[in-house]
Design a protein around this ligand. Structure first.
Ligand code: NI
Length: 162
């Protein structure tokens, strides 16, 4: 399954809540995990596969999570700037300010409630994937000038590839 890239409409939609966690949803989660691993990513949101549903998967520093209908309970800690990239904007990265701690609630593959309290890199990855569910890409969080320069570089790389 192809990962959607910058310019794709699904990436800009607000993803819809998942109803019952059934075999269809579990199969979509499995496709997400497979795509994330194949791409060497540390996280993926369903819209990146063209699936407009509220599902994220994470594989950060040995912590693996599939979260359905994730809700940000609390963002806390400090503001911290660190370099981010995205499988949907391949080849470029930029420093993004995020909170250092998150408390996330959601549902697992069995339909049971899960909670994740994370700091550092996992907290950052969660904020990045949550943005995807709201149609937001990391480049949207840059200043206008910085975004223009990052996207210019992205388009240059895309043209080189074709
Ligand atoms: Ni991303």
């Amino acid at each position: 399954m192809e990962i959607r890239t910058f310019g794709d409409d699904t990436l800009r939609q607000r993803a819809q809540p998942v109803g019952d966690v059934d075999d269809t949803v579990r199969a979509e989660c499995a496709r997400m995990v497979e795509a994330m691993i194949r791409a060497g990513g540390i996280g993926l949101a369903a819209p990146q596969l063209g699936i407009a549903k509220r599902i994220i998967v994470l594989d950060v520093e040995g912590e693996f999570h599939v979260v359905i209908n994730p809700e940000m309970v609390e963002l806390s800690g400090e503001d911290e700037e660190s370099v981010e990239g995205c499988l949907s904007v391949p080849g470029v990265n930029a420093p993004i300010v995020r909170k250092t701690a998150v408390h996330l609630a959601g549902t697992d593959l069995e339909g049971d409630a899960v909670e994740i309290r994370a700091e550092g890199f996992l907290a950052r990855a969660i904020q990045h994937e949550m943005d995807h569910l709201n149609g937001v890409l990391f480049v949207d969080r840059l200043s206008t000038a910085r975004r223009k320069s990052v996207l210019k570089e992205y388009r240059r790389l895309q043209e080189e590839e074709t």
